[in-house]
Every structure is written in C-alpha cells, then in structure tokens.
Write a protein of this length. Structure first.
Length: 312
C-alpha cells in the first residue's frame, strides 16, 4: 500500500470516504480542497491544504512538500454547476487537471487516478455501452472530462505517465451534493424520512446505470492498488444496476407509506438521464482487477433510508 496519498477534493462527499479507506490501510492522506470545506474529519488527515485547483503554485508546492506516492484527483465542478458556468468549469475541471498531471509527471509521481464519468459518451446510445464507444458529450461537464482523459492517455503513451481512470455512471450518495443533477434519489428519500412531499425532476420511466457511493470509493482504492501490468485499458466503465423513478417511488413507499410525489417529464434533468444508457459494459474492470459491485438497488435504498432516518 502507499505511504502517502494526495486526494484532491479530499474534504468532499467522495473524498472523505476515499481518504478514510486509505488511512485504514495505513496510508498517510493529504487532502486538498477549497477553504470552508473543513470538518471533523480533517483532524484525522496527515495534512490538509486549503486552496483552489486553479492555484498552480500551491499545487506544485503541495506535491514538493508531501511527496505523495499516489494522487487521487476528485476535485471537480459537478454537472449542474458546470452548465451554469461553463467557462469556470473548463478552468477547474479541464485546465487545472491537466496542469496537475503535468506536475505529477515532472516529479515522477504515480499512479495518478482521475474520476471521469459516463457522461463523456454523450446521449442516445444502445446498451450496454462498450469501452470502445466514441465519446461525444453534449454537456460541458462531460466535455471537460473527455479533455482530461485524452491528455492523461497522451502523457501515458508518450511519457510513461501512470494514468488510471474510471468512468462512473449515476452515483447515489447519502449526502448528495446539491450541484449534481442526478442527486434526486437521495433527496427524495430524505424528504420521505422528514414526512415531506417531493417533486421528482424526471418522468416515472426515466432511469440509467447506477452505482452506490461505497462501491465507488472502493473501486478507486482498488484500481490505484492494482498492478500496473494488469491494467489493459486506459479507462474503465463501472456498472451495478439500473432503476427508474417509479422503481424508486415504490421502494420509498414500501418503507414510508405516506410518501407522495409528482414527476416532471421533459425537464433538463429528465432529458439528460432519459438519454443515458441503462448499462455500461464493465467486463474489462471485472477481468483486469476483479471489480464487482457490493450494492444492488435494494441494498442501496436500505443504506440511504438508514442514513436519512438518523438525520431527522
């Protein structure tokens, strides 16, 4: 296992869990995140660096000072906030990520993990989506992720950079960030636990390929720990299950019978998710480094409900 890891976005919803898993394995974790992102978890970190991903000199100084063995790059503007400010999204998600990779290459740091997205493929594809499917995203979030993937592969092929990448589908999380267009399942369950009605931003039949957060964090640690020679692909798709909004309502009402909601066919979120595939082919991840999800739909709902009920 690694002696020291740098986790960008390390104070966030995903970064905190990845950091905790690494620390449980004996790795010293340096978290890099925005000022104001601190919390009780920071006391556990080897170090916490507060700053902006666009601060090239701070990133360089952080790498020099802490000499990480692995960089796990999770810092990113999410889909909704990226669409609201495309120029900033490009600076944060694409340009800053590429500068960070070049810094790591200069200092001989690797593996470098990049969290990408199924949104890089674009809409209206036939399931299951293969790794070889051309990537033509129609939103700025996906476009920024494609740009970083391409540069990571370029640095890998031309300079031997140890670039590793996973493309995540919709991710369900107990503490779903407000800026993610796909966060409505967690918000619906939280509303049900409070006894509130909810407006689903999608149509009843809308759904797509999905993972639960714990499977996401585990997959990151696993691919970073895998032997480089075993990884035959530059990037990997992951998938666990597909569910529709109506499936979600049925699962919620089985636990909260009084829960009611309305649907919003034709909304921007509905259009986005409805056009994304139901299944992404993750056979390469299963073959190369033993990927397998631990959470199916029912296990995910149960985990989200347990969290929501403790927050009331």
């Amino acid at each position: 296992m690694f002696k020291t890891a740098l986790v960008t976005g390390g104070n966030g919803n995903l970064g905190r869990l990845v950091a905790q898993q690494l620390e449980d394995l004996g790795t010293q974790v340096v978290s890099f995140d925005l000022p104001g992102s601190e919390g009780p978890h920071c006391a556990q970190r080897h170090a916490v660096v507060l700053g902006d991903m666009r601060d090239h000199h701070l990133l360089e100084n952080t790498l020099i000072a802490h000499k990480p063995d692995v960089v796990i790059h999770l810092a990113s503007m999410l889909s909704g906030s990226s669409e609201a400010n495309p120029e900033q999204a490009w600076e944060v998600n694409a340009s800053s990520s590429i500068r960070l990779m070049r810094l790591c290459l200069e200092q001989n740091i690797g593996p470098f993990f990049f969290a990408s997205t199924a949104a890089t493929y674009g809409p209206d594809l036939t399931s299951p989506v293969a790794l070889s499917t051309p990537q033509w995203p129609e939103n700025i979030y996906g476009a920024t992720k494609v740009a970083v993937e391409r540069m990571g592969v370029y640095l890998k092929l031309k300079h031997g950079f140890d670039f590793r990448c996973l493309r995540f589908p919709m991710v369900l999380s107990p503490s779903a960030p407000a800026g993610a267009m796909t966060a409505y399942p967690s918000h619906a369950i939280a509303a049900a636990a409070r006894g509130d009605d909810f407006v689903m931003p999608v149509a009843p039949e809308t759904g797509m390929s999905t993972l639960y957060l714990n499977d996401v964090t585990r997959s990151i640690v696993e691919i970073c720990s895998a032997q480089r020679a075993a990884l035959t692909e530059h990037a990997y798709n992951l998938h666990s299950y597909m569910f529709t909004a109506q499936d979600l309502v049925a699962a919620i009402q089985s636990r909260f019978p009084a829960f009611t909601c309305t649907f919003t066919p034709g909304s921007p979120t509905d259009d986005l998710i409805l056009r994304w595939p139901d299944v992404f082919d993750d056979s390469a991840a299963r073959a190369d480094w033993g990927w397998a999800p631990h959470y199916d739909f029912d296990a995910t709902i149960e985990a989200l409900v347990q969290f929501a009920t403790t927050q009331r």
